[in-house]
Design a protein around this ligand. Structure first.
Ligand code: C5P
Length: 303
């Protein structure tokens, strides 16, 4: 039997198990320092019951097999919540429905956005992994939640541009939609406080945000990811205008972290130039969720 439970803070738990056993297991967790209380209609009564190995095996808590659930919130960002993972090498990320723009100045709740971004991002990360790009994604836990590798995030955003738009158009006076003669790679400092300012390579190495080798590796991966994504989106009738990547250090390597979704990309319909990304929210163009849904549907059709 597979049931979706929710913890008191809304954290979803999937369990494939006998409900009776599940209650026993949860009871055991009540004694852990990070234990959580589980709701399913009503709060379960804490009971102290020991389980044998066989009984424990019956419990197949997705992504948390044999581990304690530690649901502490480690960090809450504008569009995601990061929870402590089942072990020290992983984290749980939950996509929120909150849409923000202009460094949080504009904000709205768009019901269902979290699930759409989670689905789009995991589909894209699956595709990239198949093509040799190592990403942080371990396993999708539920519609809006994923288990990911706990990487040390490089505090730099890598922006890739194929077509002029957004801040590039504004800064350099190049009309939106102008094809660029070569792919542009930019770096910004990841800092909400400072408004994610653009930063160059010598500045990055000078203040120790990343080494020269790491910058080379992030640039190499960004070009490769761009090639792969342009090909994928082209099949769906979408032009990849630009996007943002984040990387993390894990196991001696740089891996792709965060998300790739309409929140972090500009995606235009190839035939009509209709914007299918967060610019619909930034610029009050309407149909935000319909457009995200359209992106998901198109990707699902080619995957
Ligand atoms: O605003 P700008 O034109 O520099 O954005 C370039 C791309 O990077 C866009 O696709 C935008 O959605 C993305 N981006 C992002 N997060 C940021 C800054 C930009 O996802 N903090």
């Amino acid at each position: 039997m597979s049931t979706v439970y929710k913890s008191v803070d809304g954290y979803p738990l999937k369990a494939s198990c006998d409900e009776h056993l599940f209650q026993f297991r949860l009871t055991a967790w009540q004694h852990e320092p990070h234990s959580i209380e589980i709701m399913k209609g009503k709060q379960l009564m804490p009971r102290v019951v020991g389980l044998n190995e066989k009984e424990l095996e019956t419990l197949d808590i997705l992504s948390m097999r044999g581990n304690k659930i530690m649901s502490d919130i480690l960090y809450e960002g504008k569009s995601k919540i990061i929870y402590r993972g089942p072990n020290n090498e992983s984290l749980i990320i939950r996509y929120k429905d909150t849409a923000t723009a202009f460094n949080g100045e504009k904000k709205a709740e768009l019901s269902g956005k979290g699930k759409l971004n989670a689905a789009i991002s995991s589909l894209i990360y699956g595709y990239l992994a198949e093509h040799g790009v190592e990403t942080h994604l371990i396993e999708v836990i539920d519609d809006a939640t994923a288990l990911v590798k706990k990487a040390e995030i490089v505090m730099i955003e890598v922006i890739v541009r194929n077509v002029a738009a957004g801040s590039f158009s504004k800064k350099y006076g190049v009309p939106e939609g102008t094809a660029l003669k070569n792919t542009v790679i930019e770096f910004s400092l990841k800092s909400d406080e400072l408004g994610d300012p653009m930063i160059n390579e010598s500045q990055i190495t000078a203040i120790g945000l990343a080494t020269e080798e790491e910058l080379k590796e992030m640039t190499r991966q960004a070009f490769r990811i761009n090639e792969l994504l342009c090909a994928l989106f082209a099949k769906t009738g979408i032009r990849l205008i630009d996007f943002k990547l984040e990387f993390g250090r894990y196991d001696g390597k740089l891996i792709l972290c965060d998300e790739i979704s309409p929140d972090s990309c500009r995606l235009w319909d190839i035939d009509t130039d209709k914007k299918l990304d967060k610019d619909r929210f930034r610029r009050d163009l309407g149909d935000v969720l319909d457009s995200y849904q359209d992106v998901l549907r198109r990707l699902q059709n080619v995957r």
